[in-house]
Design a protein around this ligand. Sequence first.
Ligand SMILES: Cc1cc2nc3c(=O)[nH]c(=O)nc-3n(C[C@H](O)[C@H](O)[C@H](O)COP(=O)(O)O)c2cc1C
Length: 203
Amino acid sequence: MSHLLHIDSSPRGTDSLTRQIGARYVAAWRRQNPGGTVAYRDVTEDVPDFVSADWVTGVFAPAEHHTPRTKAAVDASAALITEVEDADVLVLGVPMYNFSVPATFKAWIDQICMAGRTFAYDENGPRGLLAGKKAVIVRASGSDFTNPAFAAMDFHAPYLRGVLGFIGITDVEFISVNGPAPEQVESGLIEADRAIAASLKAL
Ligand SMILES: Cc1cc2nc3c(=O)[nH]c(=O)nc-3n(C[C@H](O)[C@H](O)[C@H](O)COP(=O)(O)O)c2cc1C
């Protein structure tokens, strides 16, 4: 039985393109996987902690040196990591904000990148520990980043590919809506439906 983790990070409610497309992806996935299960997290409603002194101390301290605060910081992080570990497929709704990802989503990334748990270093360098998963990034931007003039400012897709790869998630696919004018939103959603169907066919 397959398990999907769905995350939203747009604060725009029902107007959000990433929320609409992510929901369509998950609905289609459910139809294809009637026995599958879905977990959902909204990082705008339930904002992950920022990395704190307690977190940094706690992650690198042996258990016997924990204080209640360092333990709480690491436990909160570990709970988010468990959600990712449990998933076969991740559907991550991530708008472009200032050429990168929203701060709430970055906070989530900072919580799930934990030495010894999601990555490790050995004699060959860094090794991601979360193998065998697929991530689908549902991305929306105001500008059209298929236009080469904008490409150099795209720190969203390369960052997400890089950091997910760092923790072992190397199968990363993007479903992108690039800067639709209001009257083009409906056709953008129809195009996204086509991309969803193609993605699920390959899954
Ligand atoms: C705070 C903020 C920053 C944004 N920064 C960018 C940007 O750097 N580049 C861009 O193309 N669009 C940018 N946009 C536009 C959003 O990416 C676009 O509106 C997208 O549809 C947002 O996703 P959503 O519809 O899921 O909320 C920004 C929007 C906001 C609100």
